[in-house]
Write a protein that binds this ligand. Structure first.
Ligand SMILES: Cc1cc2nc3c(=O)[nH]c(=O)nc-3n(C[C@H](O)[C@H](O)[C@H](O)COP(=O)(O)OP(=O)(O)OC[C@H]3O[C@@H](n4cnc5c(N)ncnc54)[C@H](O)[C@@H]3O)c2cc1C
Length: 395
């Protein structure tokens, strides 16, 4: 069963002809450049730099970025479907490219000066450079007010940053990083956060953090000691910029979760038809059919939520709630789907001979990264309560 053919047929109504042909190329890229190496990359717990160079050359960095910067100029819907496809083949590659598209490159293209875009975003889009995005710290996870990294202005117009960042995807290997740091205190007595661009030479890599899933992805701990930095956008706007970017980023995480779920369901479907017990294919047993049905239903629901949020973004609408809903539902559904798929494949699914155990481990990060499920629930409830309050007041 060649699952790579599923993507374009299934989503044709939501994309243009040009996007369809781009996604066909993404599928081909996954089959030729990724599939033959995935097991080895997982074993070695690393991704070679060349895969990112090739990804850039094939338009996979800057998918929704303007063509004048070398991007593909495609919709966020096409971006989400590309990440979904990558997630089906190798979630670690999908994670790194999703983060680079929406956060690493996305932050620079959205808020930096034209000169900074040319120097720091364009080389990433072409695949020459790798980029990372560094917000999280030992004492600043969900709550950025715990941020201890400090940026100090210098006489030459540049800044110096000192601090410690945790869990940064590609943090040690990136040629350029967008780094969040405090630049003072707001009138509400919260940390004033600004975004900066930092080059690799200024970063001290501490270690690759060993992780439960996404083992090939470089989850890094890094330190900055008086690192030379350039302000990115307006001082004090770092938090607001990050929140805006995360509305896109969360759609990417949701799409990656859907890709992981799709891959696990495809394996379970094939196994149900091929595995025989009690003289019948296990697909004949109703309890197996029920699991498959639940997987298909939840995956469809996840895809619809992703397409809805992405379509709203493509129309220039705000998607704070919709992005959170898509990420929350898709990520939790992906874990459930991978779990059911493993149950269907039983001993073989649990063994490392099959990819399901990896997909199950990889899926979990979607419930944590770019805002945990608990934080998504806060975002959603805050939004609907605000709307309800406004409606009540208008009565
Ligand atoms: C593989 C991987 C890659 C990552 N990549 C990046 C990256 O590239 N860049 C980057 O900046 N970060 C990255 N992160 C960090 C990630 O975004 C954080 O792990 C995440 O935001 C949660 O922060 P935390 O782990 O510090 O958990 P904490 O914020 O300490 O949360 C601990 C628990 O408390 C809960 N909690 C916290 N606050 C509340 C609340 N108000 N109400 C209810 N529950 C609450 C959380 O939901 C969680 O269950 C990555 C993490 C991993 C594991």
């Amino acid at each position: 069963m060649d699952t790579s053919t599923l993507i374009t047929g299934q989503f044709d109504d939501y994309i243009t002809e040009r996007e369809r042909s781009f996604l066909d190329k993404v599928s081909a890229f996954c089959r030729t450049e990724i599939d033959p190496h995935t097991a080895r990359w997982e074993e070695e717990e690393r991704l070679p730099r060349e895969i990112f160079e090739k990804a850039g050359q094939n338009g996979l960095v800057g998918i929704a970025m303007p063509e004048k910067y070398g991007g593909q100029g495609l919709s966020l819907t096409a971006f989400a479907l590309a990440i979904r496809e990558l997630g089906k083949h190798d979630p670690a590659v999908a994670l790194d490219l999703a983060a680079q598209n929406t956060l690493g490159v996305g932050h620079i293209v959205a808020f930096a000066s034209e000169d900074q875009i040319q120097r720091y975003a364009v080389p990433q889009i072409t695949g020459e450079w790798i980029g990372a995005w560094a917000l999280t710290e030992p004492n600043a996870g969900s709550d950025t007010n715990g941020m201890e990294t400090v940026a100090t202005p210098k006489d030459d117009g540049n800044w110096e940053i000192t601090g410690h960042k945790m869990f940064i995807t590609q943090g040690r290997t990136a040629d350029v990083l967008v780094v969040m740091a405090t630049t003072g205190t707001t009138p509400k007595r919260r940390k004033e956060i600004s975004a900066f661009i930092v080059e690799k030479s200024q970063v001290e890599g501490i270690r690759k953090i060993p992780t439960y899933g996404m083992r090939a992805s470089e989850t890094s701990e890094i330190r900055l000691n008086n690192a030379k930095a350039e302000l990115l956008g307006e001082r004090g706007r770092g938090q607001a910029q990050a929140l805006e970017l995360l509305d896109k980023g969360r759609i990417g995480v949701a799409a990656m979760a859907a890709g992981i779920a799709q891959a696990s369901l495809d394996i379970a479907l094939r196994f149900s038809l091929e595995r025989h017990q009690f003289g019948r294919q296990i697909a004949d047993f109703q309890s197996i059919q029920n699991k498959l049905a639940d997987c298909a239903m939840e995956l469809d629901a996840a895809d619809m939520l992703i397409l809805k949020a992405a379509a709203m973004q493509d129309r220039g609408m705000k998607t704070i709630k919709e992005s959170a809903v898509a990420k929350l539902y898709s990520s939790e559904a992906a874990t459930r789907i991978c779990n059911r798929a493993m149950q269907i494949c039983a001993g073989r699914g649990y063994s490392r001979d099959m990819a399901i155990e990896r997909f199950l481990r990889d899926a979990k990060i979607c419930e944590i990264g770019e805002g945990t499920s608990e934080i998504q629930r806060i975002v959603i409830s805050r939004n609907i309560l605000k709307e309800a309050k406004a409606a009540l007041e208008a009565e």
